[in-house]
Structure formats: C-alpha cells, structure tokens
Design a protein around this ligand. Structure first.
Ligand code: C2E
Ligand code: MG
Ligand code: MG
Length: 716
C-alpha cells in the first residue's frame, strides 16, 4: 500500500532539510573561526540544532503521508533515531569545519553522513509499532542510501572546494545546503517509496503521530532554527566586537608608540628626531615654493643652578612650565621641540624676515621671564635665543641647526637674556652686506630709525647752544647699528636720499619742539655727498623749515670736506644759496682730507669741525696740537667758528680752551641721546641768547666763564 502525499508538507520538509543544512554549514564556518575553548560548545550546540532539524524533517515527511491509520511510535527507538541525527550532524559540522579535506576524508565524510541519515531514517521507521511489519524493497532501500551518501559527499565537496579561505563562498554554501537537503529528503522519500505497508495494518502501543505532533515538530524546527540563528548572530557580533576592540587597541598602541617615538617624555614637546623630520619637510616645501622659515634655538640661562640647588623634580617642573609657555607664546609655530636638557627648538614659517623672527624671540624671552613658583621660591627664568633662517643662513637641516646654535652662543656671550640672529662671521661678509642692504630697504617704512642728539658746548661758558642730530638704526635683530656701517650702504644704494630727508624733517620737528618750549637750540644735520648733489636739495630744506615754521638759523648742515671740495664750482653755488636761505653750514671732519685750506676762502661756510682724530692724540702729539692750532686760527681769520669733535677728557678741553676753540662736542659732556633723555641737561646748560647771535657769543668768549671745576680736575 502506498499512501498519497500532502505536497505542501513535502515541500515544507524539503525546505526544512535545505535550510537546516544551510545554517549548519554556516555554523561550521563559525566553528572554524571560533576560539579553541569555544569550539566545543559551538559544535555541540550546532550538532544538536542540526540533528533536531533533520529529525524534524523526517517527521514532517511522515506527516505528509496520508495514512488510513494513526501511526504510533516506540519512544526509545525514536529517541535513538534523534541521537543518530545529532551525532551525524556533529560529524558533518566537524568535517565541514576542518582545515583540509582530502579525498579520503571526503569519501569517509560522505559515507558517514549518508549512512547516518539512512540509519536515522530506518531506525525512525522501525520505531513505528505496526503489524504487520513494513516490508521494504531492497533496490529502493539501496538507492536511498546511495543518494544519501552521494549527495552528502557532493555537499561536503562543494562547501569545501568552493570556499575562499576558511569560510565557504556563499554560493558554494547554498549549493552545499541544497545537496545536503537533497541527501536528507532524498533518503527519506526514496526510503518511504521502498516501504510497503500492508493493507489494514494496525498500530499498537507507542505514541500516536497526529496534528499535535505536527505542532510540536514544527515548534522544534523553529526552535532549532532560532537557536542556529541566535548562535550565528551572537557569534558574529562577538567576533565583530572582538575585532573592533582589537582594532581600537591596536590603533591606541600604534598611536602611543608613534607618540613615544616622536615626543619628549617629560614635556610632551617633539623630540630631536621628530623636529629634524619637520625641519626637513619644511625645507622641502620651502625649496619648492620659494618659502622662508626660521629656526629658533632656545636655552635657559642658569638652568643648571636651579637644577642643582632645588633638585631634579623642580628642574623638571621648570622645564614643563617652559614648554607650556613656549606653546602658548608661539601658537603659529610649525614645531616646538625639546632637544634634551634645557634646550628647545622652534620652527616657524610665520616669520618673513629677521625682524619678525626677532620680535618672536623677544616675545618668548619676555614670556619666559615671568616669575615661576618652585619649592616655595620665586624663580626667574632667563633665556637666550639664537636664530637661523632659510634661505639666508643655510640650506640643510644640519646647517640651519648649527647656525641657530652658533647664534645662540653669540647671544649667551653677550650676557644672555637676549637673542641673536646668525651672522656669518667668516667669508660671510658679502652675504651679511646683502642682508643689511635688504633690511635697510625697509628700515624707513618700518620706523626703525631714530635720532639721537649730542650737545655742542661753548668752551668758555659751558653752555649748550646747539646739538648734532645723529642717526640711529634700531635693527630688529642686531640692535643699534652704527651709522658708520649703514650710511655707506645707504649712499651706495641711493637710500640715503629718502633717509636723509627723514632726518632733516625729524630734526626740524625736534628743533621746533625745543623752540616752542623755550629752548633756542640749533640742530645740526649731517648731509651726505649724494644728498648734497640732489637737484631738489634746497627745495627739500625749505619745505622742512616751512613745515615746522622753524627759523633757518636754527638749522645747521654738516658737510664733509671732501663733499665740498669735489666739484668745487657746483658746491660754491649750492652753499651760497644755503647761506642766502639763512641756514648755518659747517664742514665736518675737517683736516682729514685736504691740506690746501686756502680753498675755504671761496666758500660761504660758518664753521669748521675739527676731526676727532686730531683731538684724540692732541696731548701727546705736538704735531696734532699744531694742526688744531692752525685750524683754529685759520677759521677765526675767515670769520668761522671752530668746533672740536670727540672731546673725551678735561685735559683735551683745557688745551682747546687755551687754543681759543669755540665749541666742543664729545663724551666728556655727553653721549648722543634721545631728545627727551637729553632735555634736563639741556635746560641746565641752556644758552642765554640766540645761538646764531655771533656777536653775543663772541662777547661771552672774551670772558673766562667756563666751569672752573672742569679745568681744576686733572684726570689724564
Ligand atoms: P660725525 O658727523 O663726525 O659724528 C660724530 C661721531 O662721533 C658720532 O658718531 C658721535 O657719536 C661720535 N662721538 C661723539 N663724541 C665722541 C667722543 O667723545 N668720542 C668718540 N670716540 N666718538 C664720539 P656716530 O653717531 O656713530 O656717527 C658716525 C658718523 O655717521 C657721523 O660722523 C656722520 O658722518 C654719519 N652720520 C650720522 N648721522 C647721520 C645722518 O643723519 N646723515 C648722514 N648723512 N650721516 C650721518
Ligand atoms: Mg657730523
Ligand atoms: Mg665728524
């Protein structure tokens, strides 16, 4: 007797078989990945779920058959068939999770799987308590077993050989699952076809298989699938979480290692290697784009003293505080590093030139010098900075660092608490000169010039009737630069013209200020050769006077002997016009250039300034004294006044007084100073009358009215 099948249930049973296989293979892949201690649990859980699934399929298959009687099952045998399903599944998963699958293992696996499925099926059938007993057609039984073994082998082969790496390719897994499902359901349905139930068979004892069983079976399938799904899910999320944790940790360790490799452990600033790398990168970039940058080497003054007296803990805290302040004060820095000890380096692209580098250095030195509490002591941190710049001071990281260091030692040599730009001392003269030239170019617009004033004192009355304006260039990196250095450069480049004009205007402004405050001081301004030959000179002077409404007698122009003598014809013309304007003209550095003094007769000149070189040697060199004496008498014969320059001692002054010199200028009375610093001295020694009033001066000269204490002291 052969019963008809419910095709829906048949389809369901096959679907269950395929689905169970699919999930089992997926699980196998997870087992393969699972950590060793977890493997066993995966295997047990997976095998149980798959076994229950296969077993459920078997019963759904049984239910799909419409039998005229109710089938009853023997419980121990039914349980045994379930156990066989589970063991078979266990083997299937183990084989599928193996690293390798040789042909022998494949054959064995197929045999065990197919055999297991068949064993489960026929044991399940044997559990049916039916009389008369079911009869089987051997050929079909053999066919069911062959299909089971063949399909299982195919399923195993597919999952194995199409897998990439450890886990199967999804398509291979699907094919494997289809084949496995075919093995399970094929064995079942061929086995069922092999079975013949005698008509009017009856079941006794055991448990009846009815709709309630169907519900239980379906529930079991659902649960087993759910368990599968849960296990796979849990596993993947566990894996994902583990992978994430791994990655995060790795990243953290990586970052930590990188940080340690590039930073100074104490201060958290960059270390030497990292700084050199940044420097190399900056260099590379600057070369490509004609960029510029500066390297500042900083060193703390007296750090060793603090370290030794307050201990290393205090020293470390000091270094950390210095690092903190450095960061705060150079927010635009491209790199700040500690080179070990108390040496720091700053790399910055945000400075365009030496001036800006100097400004930054000053800011850092000042910022670091704020007091700091260490061990209940107020500590003052003084620091020195050396600066080297690209491209001016070097083209490799090594030279730039070496030059910054060299400059740093220069700053230290100058007493510390200051900065110094690298200056190439040997064979770098041309380079330095070029640098100065380019700096000088900007000095005027950047307001780096100022005028200092040196009083000229009446020898007889010790009164100050005039001052000489002397130009000062406050270089941002080098401090004050002597006019003897930069005036020749300014003359060569023509910059002296605008600079000289500035001096003229500034001097007139100052003379006006003094005049308005009751000090009738004449201001003497030095004119360079180029200035003197400018076609617009007279206009410029007139404009300067007019702008301040300054009486022309309060302006004096100093021109050197050589300027007057070259192209004497033109000079005479210019001098005549100046004299006509009313300004006072004097010949500077007189005596150094020309021996033929008779030329002087032709020039409308008011004063001669005897060069300091004669005054300096006057007391021990009778020849010098003779020259001075000759100049004075010549000048007086020509109705000129004489000023002695560079008077440093009272002995010199006494000698000059005895020779009838009118005025003197020199350190003895005072150094050139800014106007406001000079003011008290000026007021104390202010001239009584109009300084241009020659008659008044002459009258005073006849009286021996100089400060007797000056002459009384004998200091040479
Ligand atoms: P100078 O016109 O002969 O100025 C006198 C120089 O002697 C000044 O030097 C002054 O500071 C210095 N001196 C004054 N008293 C003493 C002393 O007792 N002993 C010694 N050893 N030196 C003394 P400084 O200021 O360095 O100026 C140097 C030169 O630069 C000036 O020589 C002048 O030729 C030029 N110079 C200064 N300012 C200007 C300016 O505004 N325009 C032009 N064209 N040249 C200027
Ligand atoms: Mg002068
Ligand atoms: Mg002079």
């Amino acid at each position: 007797m052969h019963a008809p099948y419910n095709s829906w249930l048949v389809a369901l049973s096959i679907a269950v078989a395929v689905f169970v296989s699919y999930t089992a293979f997926r699980l196998a892949a997870r087992v393969a990945e699972a950590s060793r201690p977890m493997r066993r649990y995966w295997l047990i859980g997976g095998a149980s779920a798959m076994g229950i699934g296969i077993w459920s399929m078997h019963f759904i298959g049984m239910l799909s058959m419409s039998m005229p009687m109710v089938l009853r099952y023997d419980i121990p045998m039914t349980v045994a068939s379930l156990l066989i399903a589970i063991v078979t599944s266990w083997m299937a998963i183990r084989i599928a999770a193996a690293d390798r699958l040789g042909s022998r293992a494949l054959a064995l696996g197929g045999l065990v799987m197919g055999g297991g499925i068949a064993a489960m099926h026929y044991l399940g059938m044997a559990a049916i308590d039916i009389t008369p007993a079911i009869r089987y057609r051997p050929a079909l039984v053999a066919a069911s077993i062959v299909v089971g073994i063949g399909a299982s082998s195919g399923a195993l082969w597919l999952t194995f050989h199409l897998r990439g790496g450890r886990t199967a390719h999804p398509l291979a897994r699907l094919g494997g699952a289809l084949l496995m499902g075919l093995a399970i359901s094929g064995t079942h349905y061929i086995g069922m076809a092999a079975a013949t139930f005698a008509p009017h068979s009856r079941c006794y004892g055991g448990i009846a298989l009815d709709n309630a069983w169907l519900a239980v079976t379906i529930a079991l399938v659902s649960v087993s699938l759910l368990v599968f799904a849960l296990m796979t899910d849990m596993h993947s999320s566990e894996l994902a979480a583990r992978a994430q944790a791994h990655a995060a940790r790795l990243q953290q360790i990586n970052a930590q290692l990188r940080y340690q490799a590039t930073h100074d452990g104490l201060t958290g600033l960059l270390n030497r290697d990292a700084f050199l790398a940044r420097l190399a990168a900056a260099l590379h970039e600057a070369r490509a784009g004609a960029g510029r940058f500066a390297v500042l080497a900083l060193d703390l003054d007296r750090f060793k003293l603090i370290n030794d007296s307050l201990g290393h803990g205090a020293g470390d805290r000091l270094l950390c505080e210095v690092a903190r302040r450095l960061r705060a004060m150079s927010p635009d820095a491209d790199a700040i590093a500690r080179m070990g000890g108390d040496e720091f380096l700053v790399l910055t692209r945000s400075v365009e030139n030496a001036e800006e580098a100097g400004t930054l250095a000053t800011k850092i030195i000042q910022g670091l010098s704020k007091p700091l509490r260490l061990e209940s002591l107020e500590v003052l941190v003084a620091s020195s900075i050396g600066i080297s710049r690209y491209p001016n001071d070097g083209g490799t990281p090594e030279t730039l660092l070496a030059h910054a260091d060299e400059a740093l030692y220069g700053a230290k040599r100058r007493g510390g608490r200051t900065f110094q730009c690298f200056v190439p001392e040997m064979n770098g003269f041309a380079q330095e000169r070029l640098q100065l030239e380019s700096d000088l170019n900007h000095a005027l617009t950047r307001g780096q010039f100022e005028l200092h004033y040196q009083p000229r004192v009446e020898v007889v009355s010790a009164r100050v009737s005039s001052v000489e304006a002397l130009l000062r260039w406050r270089h941002p990196a080098r401090g004050y630069i002597s006019p003897r250095t930069f005036i020749p450069i300014a003359e060569e480049t023509g910059l002296i013209v605008p600079i000289g004009e500035w001096v003229l205007n500034e001097a007139c402004r100052q003379a006006r200020r003094w005049h308005s405050s009751g000090l009738a001081l004449r201001v003497a301004v030095n004119l360079s050769a180029l200035q003197f030959r400018q076609p617009g000179l007279l206009r410029t002077i007139a404009a300067a006077l007019a702008a301040e409404r300054l009486p022309p007698q309060l302006l004096e122009l100093e021109i050197t002997e050589s300027v007057v003598m070259t192209d004497a014809e033109t000079s005479v013309g210019i001098l005549e016009q100046l004299s006509h304007m009313g300004v006072v003209v004097s010949v500077d550095d007189f005596g150094t250039g020309y021996s033929n003094m008779s030329y002087l007769q032709r020039f409308p000149i008011d004063r001669l300034k005897i060069d300091a070189s004669f005054i300096g040697v006057m007391n021990d060199d009778p020849q010098s004294t003779l020259i001075v004496q000759a100049i004075i008498s010549l000048a007086h014969n020509l109705r000129m006044k004489v000023i002695a320059e560079g008077v440093e001692t009272t002995a010199q002054l006494r000698r000059l007084a005895s020779l009838g010199c009118d005025q003197y200028q020199g350190f003895l009375f005072g150094q050139p100073m800014p106007a406001d610093a000079l003011e008290p001295q000026l007021r104390a020694h202010a001239s009584l009358g109009d300084p241009s009033d020659t008659a008044a001066t002459r009258a005073r000269l006849s009286r021996p009215a100089w400060d007797p204490s000056l002459l009384a002291s004998n200091d040479d």
